[in-house]
Write a protein that binds this ligand. Structure first.
Ligand SMILES: Nc1ncnc2c1ncn2[C@@H]1O[C@H](COP(=O)(O)OP(=O)(O)OP(=O)(O)O)[C@@H](O)[C@H]1O
Length: 518
């Protein structure tokens, strides 16, 4: 079966252009003229599997972003490349946040489209290969020693978790999705005296409501229609070991009653069984909800809450422990370079690390891990650089610089594309950035220049800017770029530290204030 791409665009001419390029590259193409039609095709099994979706963002009715969001809710996990008109950066950023793999600007240059599709399919294929992605240590070897936690916040979490590991008290780990709650739970279990016993996980949010009891507590053969075999519940499975109740806040109220009994008495009643069964289980629960608020709203039983949260541990999101970003990124790079046979990648450079440090990571460590995976699979050079993170660069407002470079790595530079021909030159772009800053007086032109990682050479009237202004901006840029490490700043600028400090005074630059404003 050839690889199939679904192109979704309300404009027939655009569809035809994209289809020609894709068909010529050997793909099978299926078309939809709006979001609803695309979702119908994705749900229709007789239409055959769809490997990738090329999605226009601007469409009447359900637009591209809405379509992407519904796709993700319905768990259609095909990579999505979005199409945008020039100037549609806001919706591109939103689409990237919603999980789009890449974007291409209309009019679409054939090489650019082919490169985006090729890259997306390459990452998809690697994700789907059965061999386990080794970004992290395997479950059995997870210990406090291989948990990365250089930040103070994470060091506190680990100290608390070590204390909890020594006892048998129920622990609840609170934190956003992807912060590492399960990983911490495993480290606790592996450091406890139950280390050699089972660690059983239940995702309470993923169990269908009418199966919760049977999955947790088990059932006898014939206990209900469809119970053709006896099933040992998760509690019995974990007997003697640790039971990890993930997303505990999603447990339905009636299952909470039974859970309370199991926690209090150490007894479970398999569905349809005549006798109760004693179990010896250590509980670690996790939630991304505010469980106390759920108690107050009547969605979670107060008695169960107090039982489970004897020892609460709050895991801060990655954006509150930025010191962990660099060691995590370095470790993921090393591990993926090994597991993905990308031995040519020796590490990750400063420019990339600086970019990753500036991003907020709404999907936390899991998102960072996936981002590095994608970069390792696609990078050609010996080091990952900021150009290998076009998605992050786009969301940070540096799309052109990041993306353009990303393109040029893959395109024939001798044959300028329509898109390349339409790009503004560096100088013009710098002037445009400055003009934009003028139109939004709250934003400071210098910091805009910092954001974009380049210095504007022209002012709003297209005249060359004075050297002193550029020097001041360059110093600010360097402080930002090297995270406030002043000896590095001086070295890179090619001046002595005392000259640097004199200039800071002259321009009224306060590196500490800059760092805090971060
Ligand atoms: N300290 C760490 N060092 C290295 N890798 C980590 C660390 N914490 C988490 N990870 C990795 O990040 C990913 C997400 O971690 P984990 O599944 O534990 O998060 P979670 O908070 O339980 O997520 P969810 O709430 O979505 O279930 C995993 O692949 C895990 O191996």
């Amino acid at each position: 079966m050839p690889i199939t791409i679904l192109t979704v665009d309300d404009e027939p001419v655009q569809r035809r252009l994209a289809n020609e390029t894709l068909t010529r590259a050997g793909y099978r193409v299926v078309e939809a003229e709006h979001g609803e039609a695309a979702l119908r095709i994705l749900s229709d099994e007789s239409a055959g599997p769809i490997d990738l979706v090329l999605l226009d963002l601007m469409m009447p009715g359900m637009d591209g972003l809405e379509t992407l969001e519904v796709m993700r809710q319905k768990e259609f996990d095909q990579p999505v490349v979005v199409l945008t008109a020039k100037g549609g950066m806001e919706s591109v950023i939103a689409a990237m946040r919603a999980g789009a793999f890449d974007y291409v600007v209309k009019p679409v240059a054939p090489e650019r489209l082919r490169a985006a599709v090729h890259d997306a399919l390459k990452v998809k294929e690697r994700v789907e290969t059965p061999r386990r992605r080794k970004g992290s240590a395997s479950n059995a070897s997870i210990s406090f020693d291989n948990l990365i936690g250089r930040s103070e916040a994470m060091a506190r979490v680990i100290t608390m978790a070590k204390k909890a590991a020594a006892s048998n008290i129920p622990i609840i780990i609170e934190g956003e999705s992807g912060v590492g709650k399960e990983k911490l739970a495993r480290a606790i279990a592996n450091a406890s005296d139950r280390a050699r016993k089972k660690f059983v996980t239940v995702n309470c949010g993923a169990i269908p409501k009418d199966l919760v009891e049977s999955i947790l507590f088990g059932h006898e053969k014939g206990a209900f229609t469809g119970a053709t075999e006896r099933q040992t519940g998760k509690f019995v499975e974990a007997d003697g070991g640790t039971l990890f109740l993930d997303e505990i806040g999603d447990l339905p109220l009636d299952a909470q009653v039974k859970l309370l009994r199991a926690v209090q008495e150490g007894e479970v009643d398999p569905v349809g069984a005549r006798q109760t069964r004693q179990v010896d289980v250590r509980f670690i629960s996790a939630t991304h909800h505010d469980l106390l608020a759920a108690v107050q709203a009547g969605h979670f039983r107060e008695d169960l809450f107090y039982r489970l949260s004897v020892f609460p541990i709050r895991m801060p999101p990655l954006r509150e422990r930025r010191d962990d970003i660099v060691p995590l990124a370095e470790q993921f790079t090393r591990n993926f370079a090994r597991s993905e046979n990308a031995g040519h990648i020796k590490g990750i450079d400063r420019s990339a690390l600086n970019l990753l440090m500036r991003y907020d990571w709404p999907g936390n460590i899991r998102q960072l891990e996936n981002t590095i995976f994608r970069a390792v699979v696609l990078a050609d050079g010996p080091q990952l650089t900021q150009n290998d993170f076009p998605q992050i660069a786009t969301q940070l407002g540096t799309p052109v610089a990041g993306h353009e470079r990303h393109l040029s790595d893959r395109e024939d530079r001798r044959a300028p594309t329509d898109e390349a021909a339409n790009e503004l030159s560096g100088l013009r772009r710098a002037a445009a950035a400055l003009r934009q800053a003028e139109q939004h007086p709250t934003s400071d032109p210098a910091s805009d220049a910092l954001m974009d990682g380049f210095l504007a050479a022209l002012d709003s009237d297209d005249h060359i800017r004075p050297l002193t202004e550029i020097e001041e901006e360059m110093i600010r840029l360097a402080i930002d770029h090297y995270g406030g490490q002043m000896s590095e700043v001086a070295r890179r600028l090619g001046i002595g530290r005392s000259t640097l400090y004199r200039k800071l005074k002259e321009y009224g630059i306060d590196p500490d204030a800059m760092r805090e404003a971060g």
